[in-house]
Design a protein. Structure first.
Length: 222
C-alpha cells in the first residue's frame, strides 16, 4: 500500500495499480496545482463531508469523467453528484458498513466535526478505513475532534485546532486508539497557523511513528 498526501487533507491510497482518492478539495487544484491528468487509474473516490476543502465539485466532475470511478460519500455529496447525472455508481456512506472491492475493502466510521465559527450546525462527517489484502490499512477521518478506534496501521490526523483537533488533542487521541503510524493533515494552508514541525516533537515520547508528508510526497506500508 502506497499513501500519497495532497493539499491539506487529500490522500491517494494506491493498492497495486488501483487508486483510492479521498477528499479532493479546492486546495488540491488551486494551491497545490494538481491537474486532471495527475489523477489516473482512480477506481474509487471517498468523500468525508461537503466543505470546499474536501469536495471541489467542478474538478471532481472532471476526475470522474476521466476515470469513471465508483463513489462513496456522505448523503449531501451523494445527492449533489446524483443530480449531475455522471453515469457512475454513487453510494451513500453508512457508518458501520463494509464495502468490498477486489484488492481491498473500505469501512465507514463516524467522525465528529468541531463547532463552526459561524455558529451554523456542523456537517455530518464519515471517516474511512482502507485495508488491502495484506491487512495493511489507513484510516482517514476527515475533519474531526475525535478519532474512531479502527485498528488501522496508519492514522491521518487533523491538527490545526480550528474545527478539528489541535496538536495536544491529536496526541491524546492517537494514543487512545493505539495508532502505529500518524500522518498529520489539515494544517498546511495560511488560514491555519499551526506549525506542523511542532507535531513530531510533541509525539517524541510515544511509540507512534510520525510521517510528515509534503504535498505529493508518499510513503509505502508493507
Amino acid at each position: 500500500m502506497k499513501i500519497t498526501k495532497h493539499g491539506q487533507s487529500c490522500l491517494v491510497v494506491s493498492v497495486g495499480y488501483k487508486n483510492v482518492l479521498i477528499d479532493p478539495g479546492t486546495y488540491v487544484f488551486k494551491e497545490e496545482g494538481m491537474k486532471l491528468e495527475d489523477f489516473q487509474d482512480v477506481e474509487l473516490v471517498l468523500f468525508t463531508h461537503e466543505h470546499f476543502d474536501h469536495f471541489d465539485l467542478e474538478n471532481v466532475k472532471k476526475v470522474i469523467e476521466l476515470n469513471k470511478p465508483k463513489v462513496i460519500a456522505v448523503k449531501v455529496i451523494r445527492d449533489i453528484l446524483v443530480r449531475e447525472n455522471l453515469g457512475i455508481q454513487i453510494t451513500e456512506a453508512q457508518v458501520g458498513k463494509v464495502y468490498k472491492f477486489e484488492d481491498y475493502k473500505v469501512e465507514a466510521y463516524k467522525s465528529t466535526h468541531g463547532p463552526l465559527p459561524t455558529g451554523a450546525a456542523p456537517p455530518e462527517v464519515i471517516g474511512y478505513k482502507v485495508t488491502d489484502s495484506d491487512n495493511d490499512s489507513i484510516y482517514s477521518p476527515g475533519d474531526t475532534i475525535k478519532l474512531a478506534d479502527t485498528g488501522a496501521t496508519v492514522v491521518t490526523v487533523p491538527i490545526c485546532g480550528e474545527v478539528v483537533l489541535n496538536i495536544k488533542e491529536a496526541k491524546s487521541e492517537l494514543l487512545r486508539v493505539g495508532a502505529k503510524i500518524a500522518i498529520p493533515i489539515h494544517y498546511d494552508n495560511p488560514r491555519f497557523p499551526v506549525d506542523v514541525n511542532d507535531f513530531a516533537p510533541t509525539m517524541a515520547d510515544t511509540d507512534i511513528d510520525v510521517k510528515i508528508l509534503k504535498w505529493g510526497e508518499s510513503i509505502e506500508i508493507n
